[in-house]
Design a protein around this ligand. Structure first.
Ligand code: SAM
Length: 290
């Protein structure tokens, strides 16, 4: 078999970010392909990024770069809050966010609201490095819609993390004004929320809309922050933190260092904590001022 034929035999998965731009990973094995009640699901074993979860043809998480995303969606809020005890995670069926949350000694309970039982089941089977803590005794799995959950919820949380997919299908409402009002209602008076808020290059209008909704909902501090995420559209990603009381930039670095002695991280530390909030790109800050 010559080199050319070799190439033809290879299996690749491509996610099209635009009509003219795609990210492709070479596939070693197809571990699962099928449909749940809510979405098409694939779990692939890839050469460079390990096992990969794909929902509706969109990369959700990969074993190789997931730590960047899961540490950054979780720890900035959890370390900004001085004593997070009760945490709500919405979405995040792969388990990566829950894994980071339970690392915090102060956390007593994590309510984990994931819409799709099939994602939970498949990630438990195929991606144990992410799902390893979903059976932790502190974690209360609720299979259901996070939008409905916060609308009906009478509990109060210290931190709420929204680990959602792109705003399509059942996730659309996770980016709407009503949802943010309900998140505000479900937080204690010093509560904090963080959500993944898409690509600053492709979704600037959405990020601006979310910022305005969070301010309208009553959050006094709203801070988008960015990082590189190799397998997400544009490779450049945004999270937004909204806080009722604590400013992430006021947190004492020594306190973070002290708490980090008991927690193992690969990306996040006290410098990254300050750094992410101080390094928002100018174009994003300029847009948010408008
Ligand atoms: N890190 C990912 C990203 O940025 O694309 C998100 C990963 S996680 C797998 C997203 C999860 O949110 C999916 O498992 C999906 O089933 C779940 N989800 C979608 N809409 C939801 C809703 N309304 N309530 C709760 N979970 C939802």
């Amino acid at each position: 078999m010559n080199k050319n034929n070799d190439f033809k035999c290879q299996l690749w998965f491509s996610e099209y970010h635009t009509k003219n731009f795609a990210l492709s990973l070479r596939v070693r094995d197809v571990l699962f392909t099928g449909k749940s009640k809510y979405q098409e699901i694939q779990i692939l074993d890839t050469y460079d990024f390990g096992k990969v979860l794909i929902l509706d043809n969109t990369f959700q998480t990969t074993e190789r770069d997931e730590f960047i995303y899961h540490e950054l969606i979780s720890h900035p809020a959890l370390f900004t809050h001085p004593n997070p005890k009760k945490v709500l995670v919405i979405g995040g069926g792969d388990g990566g966010t829950v894994r980071e949350v339970v690392k915090h000694e102060s956390v007593e309970r994590v309510d984990f609201v994931e819409l799709d039982e099939k994602v939970l089941e498949l990630c438990k089977k195929y991606m144990p490095s992410l799902s390893c803590e979903v059976e932790n005794e502190k974690v209360n799995i609720i299979v259901g819609d996070g939008i409905k959950y916060v609308a009906e919820c009478e509990e109060k949380y210290d931190v709420i993390i929204v680990d959602c997919p792109d705003p399509v299908g059942p996730a659309v409402g996770l980016f709407e004004k009503e949802f943010y009002k309900n998140v505000f209602k479900c937080l204690n008076d010093d509560g904090i929320m963080t959500q993944q808020t898409e690509s600053p290059l492709y979704n600037l209008d959405l990020i601006k809309k979310i910022y305005a909704h969070l301010k309208d909902a009553g959050f006094s501090i709203v801070k988008p922050y960015v990082c590189s995420m190799p397998t997400y559209p544009s490779g450049f990603w945004c999270f937004t933190m909204a806080s009722k009381k604590y400013n992430p930039l006021d947190v004492d670095e020594n306190k973070i260092k002290e708490r980090l002695e008991k927690i193992s991280t690969k990306y996040y530390d006290e410098e990254v904590h300050k750094g992410v909030f101080l390094s928002s790109p100018k174009f994003l800050k300029d847009e948010l001022k408008k």
